[in-house]
Design a protein around this ligand. Structure first.
Ligand SMILES: O=c1ccn([C@H]2C[C@H](O)[C@@H](COP(=O)(O)OP(=O)(O)OP(=O)(O)O)O2)c(=O)[nH]1
Ligand SMILES: [Mg+2]
Length: 157
């Protein structure tokens, strides 16, 4: 496994809480924690502070993803998933959590791991204004043009 690592500067705004950390070698997501206790009623959302600010190298972005275990067990997700942390952003990383469970509240405690940060390279596009686009096999087919679930009955036939 390639163990080369990108150095990312982290300012801990809450020194009692840990740096983002990967649970296993090779993981893509480094877990983020909440600095506060928060209870989310069914359907409720909240902007939750993580206690860290970062400085990414140019050409990188940090994406804030939900944790699948919390999603599967409790319906906890992120409103704007994945959240985009720009390389120039120096403020505190916050996570816009939402409780999708229709019945149960979700109680989070300070220090709980609530989300994961995935750091990626990205391309900056030069958007070129043209009158027409090159042809492709897919063309403008989308939104289920290749079919859906096996049980789905097509309404267009
Ligand atoms: O889940 C998120 C998403 C964003 N941010 C921070 C970092 C990001 O660089 C900044 C702006 O995010 P975005 O561009 O998604 O929001 P916007 O509504 O377009 O705000 P702006 O006008 O400031 O760009 O907010 C977070 O801390 N967490
Ligand atoms: Mg923006």
């Amino acid at each position: 496994m390639d163990d080369s690592q990108l150095e990312v500067l982290v300012q801990r705004l809450d020194p009692d809480l840990p740096l983002p950390s990967y649970a296993h070698p090779g993981d893509a997501g480094a877990d983020l924690v909440t600095t506060v206790d928060v209870t989310l009623a069914p359907g409720e959302r909240a902007m939750v502070p993580t206690g860290i600010a970062i400085a990414l190298p140019a050409g990188f972005v940090a994406l804030v993803h939900p944790r699948s275990g919390l999603a599967a067990r409790h319906g906890l997700s992120i409103v704007n998933t994945p959240g985009t942390v720009d390389a120039g952003y120096r403020g505190e990383i916050k996570v816009m959590l939402i409780n999708h469970d229709p019945r149960e509240p979700i109680e989070l405690r300070r220090g709980d791991r609530i989300a994961q940060l995935v750091i990626q390279r990205f391309e900056r596009a030069a958007f070129v204004d043209v009158a027409g686009l090159p042809e492709s096999v897919r063309g403008d087919g989308g939104y289920g043009s290749t079919g859906g679930f096996s049980s789905t009955v097509s309404t267009s036939e």
